[in-house]
Structure formats: structure tokens, C-alpha cells
Ligand binder design. Structure first.
Ligand code: NAD
Length: 351
């Protein structure tokens, strides 16, 4: 199947394949839309079983980045790159430099950053060959700490701000005494737990590994629950911070919470789940809106900015969510659909 007939093709501007014979690199870069600015999106390395599978991923993910950047008020478009291979076996400095040359060939219409299978060291190797590598030299931290290039602190702060705005909208209260269940206490989930604890929330946590859970119990007095029990807890908020598709046909009937607000990508198993949540009176914070702190961070690291500007930009996530909720309510429409509509208005009309 060619690119133009592919079901995930959505008017992408530029899709390119690259093979570097000396290192064996095989990669695809897709730029979905650059109406608002150059495309930004991470580089993912994965042992795809076919180039078709890699194409599906890069087309879908690059489109997602256009929507994410538009909703984060960034003058950026959407793009993504995928490397076909096993990140534990195939990476060398030359291999990553070859990827850097591929990125450079886009002449600034595409910027790349970290994603699954790619480390900051890999980005540094790419940066030897390209000036369009983001996330290597961090300069700013939203809380004025020493930045280390990890976007998770900014993502977690954005999720916190978004969760706070969602609770205010749905329950008309601040976070004191609010019961929040966090699914996945990793890089983002643990930091989110800290913000919530500092605001007086009561925490329930789960993970498939005990380390994060034990830390959250010790540090924040959280109650540990099993991964299966998280959905049916008598809580106000569920914060999915693990994997995608956790909101699905099986889990929705169990949910007692009035708000779903978390960091995970692709939380809804299918888009229609947004409407099911609306009909059940559950406020859903669209994932790519609430988890945009990381991409906002990467954007600021690449320009002349400040800790304060980064923080203020992340805090806009709360305002954007309220705009979505208000419109969703007046149009009797699911919040994920409204978010998509607003994003399309922004990037199709150039802001
Ligand atoms: P992470 O890998 O550090 O943490 C995820 C945690 O979820 C891990 O501790 C893992 O053990 C746990 N987990 C996995 N399956 C689970 C299950 N079934 N039940 C409970 N726990 C489970 O990842 P992260 O960086 O904290 O990211 C969390 C989510 O947020 C991911 O979906 C990621 O794509 C998304 N996200 C992260 C960032 C970022 O800046 N790190 C930005 C945007 C979106």
C-alpha cells in the first residue's frame, strides 16, 4: 500500500524514507502539518515487524503532534520519526549520527526529540549532524530548579494544573480533601502525587511494580491498591498515568470518579468512549491537552525564554481545558471531540 492510500494518511505534507547502508539505519519521518510553524515530534525506535507497521505509527503519531501543539498554543506543527530496529541491539553513535543527517535533510521543517527507545545520549549523537534536535541542552525549569533535560517534571506540573482546573469545573472546589487515584507511579505519576499531596489531596496509588507505590505510600501517606481495584474506588478523580486504552468498555462501568485527568497518551480505547463518559456525567480531560507540559518544555528549551515564561505557558493548560469544558457543555458534545475541533480551527486557520 502506498502512503496516499494508507488509512492513517491525513493530508500529510511530507513523508520520507531513509536508508543508510553503512550503519543499516532504516527510518521514516512524517511531517503532518506546518501551518503554525515547524513540525516537532519525538523520534521513536521500535522493532517494527514491517515498514508498513512503522508507516502506520509515524502517520498517526505525527498527526497527533499537530493537534497537541495547536492546543498547547505553540507555534509548531506536527511531525514524528520512527527508526525500525531494536533499541537494545542496533544503536551505535554512527547509527544515530545517520539519523541526525536524515533530520537535517528536512532543513528545519522538522525538529526531533526523545521518545520510546531513544535517550538523551542518542539525541546528542544526532545533534553532531543536525541543528534540529530538541531536548539536548536544557536551560529552563518551570520551578527554577536545575534542568536535566527530562520533560517529566513539566508534564507532571501541567497535569496537576489541569487536574486542579478540572476539579474546580466539575466539583467547584479546590484540591483539599479531594480523593485522587493515580494509575502508574512512574516519572510523571510520582511527581503528580507530590503536587497533589502538597495541595491537601488524599491519594490512592497503583502500579505493576512496587517501587513507585512504596515511595508514594512513604512520602505522601498514599493508600496502595491493586491495579484491578483502581477503577472502582470511591474517589473523586482518576489520573491515568500508565499506558493507553485504560478507559474502555470494561473499565467505564466500574468508574465512580467524576473526573478523569491524567498523563497517559491515548487513554480512550476508542474516540466514542468520550461520549460514553459524557453521558455518565464524568468529566474527561483530553489526554493530549492535559499532558502537553513536556512538549511546552521542549519548545522553551529551544528558544530564548525563562523559567517564569515556561511555567506560565504550562499553566495555560488549565485555561485551555476550561475553554473545552465550557464549549462541550454548551454544545452537548464530548470533550475529546471539542478539543479536536478547536485544534483543527487553530491549525487550519493558522492560529
Ligand atoms: P513511566 O514508564 O515512568 O511510568 C509509567 C508507570 O506505569 C510505570 O511505573 C509502570 O510500571 C506503570 N504501569 C504500567 N502498566 C500499568 C498498569 N496496567 N497498571 C498500573 N501501572 C502500570 O512513564 P511516564 O514518563 O511517567 O509516563 C506516563 C504516561 O504519560 C505514559 O503514557 C506516557 O506516554 C505519558 N506521557 C509522558 C510524558 C513525559 O514527559 N514523561 C509526556 C506526555 C505523556
Amino acid at each position: 500500500m502506498s502512503v496516499f492510500e494508507h488509512p492513517e494518511f491525513d493530508g500529510h505534507e511530507h513523508v520520507a524514507y531513509y536508508h543508510d547502508k553503512p550503519t543499516g539505519l532504516k527510518a521514516i519521518i512524517a511531517v503532518h502539518n506546518t501551518n503554525l510553524g515547524p513540525a516537532l515530534g519525538g523520534c521513536r525506535m521500535w522493532p517494527y515487524i514491517s515498514s508498513q507497521e512503522a508507516l502506520t505509527d509515524v502517520l498517526r503519531l505525527s498527526k497527533g503532534m499537530t493537534y497537541k501543539s495547536a492546543m498547547a498554543n505553540l507555534k509548531l506543527g506536527g511531525g514524528k520519526s520512527v527508526i525500525i530496529g531494536d533499541p537494545r541491539k542496533h544503536k551505535t553513535d554512527d547509527f544515530m549520527q545517520a539519523m541526525g543527517r536524515f533530520v537535517e535533510s528536512f532543513a528545519g521543517t522538522y525538529y526531533t526529540a526523545e521518545d520510546s527507545g531513544i535517550s538523551v545520549d542518542d539525541l546528542r549523537a544526532m545533534a553532531k549532524q543536525s541543528q534540529y534536535i530538541a531536548g539536548v541542552d536544557a536551560q529552563y525549569h518551570y520551578n527554577s530548579e536545575v534542568p536535566d533535560g527530562n520533560p517529566a517534571p513539566s508534564t507532571a506540573y501541567g497535569v496537576f494544573v489541569g487536574l486542579q482546573a478540572s476539579v474546580k469545573y466539575a466539583l467547584n472546589t479546590d484540591l483539599k480533601g479531594i480523593r485522587v487515584a493515580i494509575q502508574g507511579v512512574g516519572h510523571v505519576g510520582y511527581r503528580l502525587a507530590k503536587h497533589l499531596y502538597d495541595s491537601g489531596a488524599e491519594l490512592y496509588v497503583t502500579d505493576i511494580f512496587p517501587d513507585g507505590v512504596n515511595r508514594a505510600v512513604a512520602d505522601f501517606g498514599a493508600t496502595a491498591v491493586s491495579p484491578e481495584a483502581i477503577y472502582s474506588l470511591d474517589v473523586d478523580v482518576i489520573a491515568p498515568c500508565a499506558l493507553g486504552a485504560s478507559i474502555n468498555d470494561e473499565t467505564i462501568p466500574q468508574i465512580k470518579a467524576k473526573v478523569i485527568a491524567g498523563a497517559a497518551n491515548n487513554q480512550l480505547a476508542r474516540e466514542e468512549m468520550g461520549e460514553v463518559l459524557r453521558q455518565r456525567g464524568i468529566l474527561y480531560a483530553p489526554d493530549y491537552v492535559i499532558n502537553a507540559g513536556g512538549v511546552i518544555d521542549i519548545f522553551h528549551q529551544k528558544m530564548v525564554s525563562s523559567n517564569t515564561a515556561l511555567r506560565k505557558h504550562i499553566e495555560q493548560i488549565g485555561t485551555t481545558l476550561c475553554e473545552i469544558y465550557t464549549r462541550a457543555s454548551s454544545e452537548s458534545c464530548a470533550t475529546n471531540r471539542v478539543a479536536n475541533a478547536i485544534a483543527e480551527e487553530r491549525f487550519q486557520n493558522k492560529g
